[in-house]
Write a protein of this length. Sequence first.
Lengths: 112, 109
Amino acid sequence: SQELEQSPQSLIVQEGKNLTINCTSSKTLYGLYWYKQKYGEGLIFLMMLQKGGEEKSHEKITAKLDEKKQQSSLHITASQPSHAGTYLCGADGAYNTDKLIFGTGTRLQVFP
Amino acid sequence: SQTIHQWPATLVQPVGSPLSLECTVEGTSNPNLYWYRQAAGRGLQLLFYSVGIGQISSEVPQNLSASRPQDRQFILSSKKLLLSDSGFYLCACGGNTIYFGEGSWLTVV
């Protein structure tokens, strides 16, 4: 079965610093999703990537999918306290099986 | 865009009692529907997914069950709760993009 690994598991950065979160798949990704979750709340959709080499940005968050479609990164520029939360990557199951599986998440804390 | 309603938001139930969590979706038709559980300190675990009315796929054998009586209604149930059923349950809906409800906190005591 497909597995997603995220790194790092947790991250503490000072406000204004840049950071990167990685998501690696054991199989080719057919669709890669990034979500943000505040503790005890639902997931907020950030971005979805489908094509090898694709890159999308929203405000100060940029997500990339590598050419081989097995790794994605989420980059935050000039982090702010509002960026704090847990970031999760999710992926369509291999061979489009309608399942969406998730990595274990990266907890981000941003201190002033 | 799609809106997902999930209830109840919080639930405290004794061991052995039944469970019913409900999820309804607005703004779409014939969506894929999902139930996930998020235990403390752990990632999202896919429990059930459905591609249509009456069609349920189970990912993890356990004492939970799911039903989809209507196109935009997804119900998570249990006849007898276990302590290990405690967690944060999330309903999700999607096609090209997956959207999540606000979640339901279940504490089994």
